[in-house]
Design a protein. Structure first.
Length: 253
């Protein structure tokens, strides 16, 4: 039996684990960073918490005799992906990145790409606007420097403490979100601009489609540079890679 570690926290990681559950030739563990108070249920055993950087992850891979490491973290989790690449190299473990493709702009989209969150704050401009912040809780801090705007913040867990700005509304929810749901949310709060990540995938595309339908501009954070490792975009491709990797390991290749 081959021991497989999936660095998770994404819908793709959960779906991959679901497809692998019950197979007699592999034992699957999903690792979650522990940043969400109530993470989505997983179909396989779960490990929660950090490893202690690349060195700690490499030690874990060796101690647990991991045969293959699958980095199925969020496309913006660059630090974790860097650690995975370094740890796999040190421990001599096969590594695959499951990276969903970014959304592609259409002729009807009004996108502005920026390098990071502070650049996104500057792109809002000085005139007050009603802004939907579709970002992680830890990325909200820079927006306190632009208190003239009215913010709508959606997150999985409550934002605590709230932003030190005079106008902010908070909603909690876990995707997937449909275009109809997000359009209703944007219209209900009178949103005229969205700040988001180009996360890719279908689970959070609703806000992008809704912005297109409502002719709203979207400020997108540029994806970070990720390590150059073997990578696929779909769960099916990851399964095919894993079948090949476990077959090679069984032959001692």
């Amino acid at each position: 039996m081959h021991r497989i570690l999936i660095l998770g926290g994404t819908l793709e990681a959960r779906r991959l684990a679901e497809r692998l559950r019950g197979r007699a030739d592999v034992a699957i563990t999903v690792s979650l960073a522990g940043r969400t108070a109530a993470p989505a249920a997983q179909p396989v055993p779960v490990r929660i918490g950090g490893f202690g950087g690349a060195e700690g992850l490499a030690a874990y891979l060796r101690a647990e005799r991991i045969a293959a490491l699958i980095d199925a973290t969020h496309p913006y989790a660059a630090t974790i992906s860097d650690n995975a690449a370094r740890a796999a190299a040190v421990a001599g473990v096969r590594l695959l990145a499951l990276r969903r493709s970014p959304w592609q702009q259409t002729a009807r989209d009004r996108w502005t790409e920026v390098a990071d969150v502070p650049a996104g704050v500057r792109a809002l401009g000085s005139a007050p606007r009603r802004v939907f912040l579709a970002l992680g809780r830890k990325e909200l801090g820079p927006f306190v420097s632009a208190p003239q705007h009215h913010y709508l913040v959606r997150s999985v867990d409550p934002v605590d403490p709230p932003l030190a700005v005079p106008h902010a509304v908070y909603v909690t929810g876990r995707g997937p979100f449909t275009e109809a749901e997000d359009r209703a949310l944007l219209e209900r709060h009178g949103i005229d601009l969205i700040v988001a990540k180009n996360s890719g995938g279908a689970a959070t595309y609703g806000k992008i489609a809704a912005a297109r339908a409502l002719h709203l501009p979207v400020i997108l954070l540029r994806r970070p540079a990720l390590p150059a490792v073997a990578a696929v975009a779909t769960v099916e491709e990851a399964l095919a890679w894993l079948d090949h990797a476990t077959s090679a390991a069984a032959r001692g290749v």
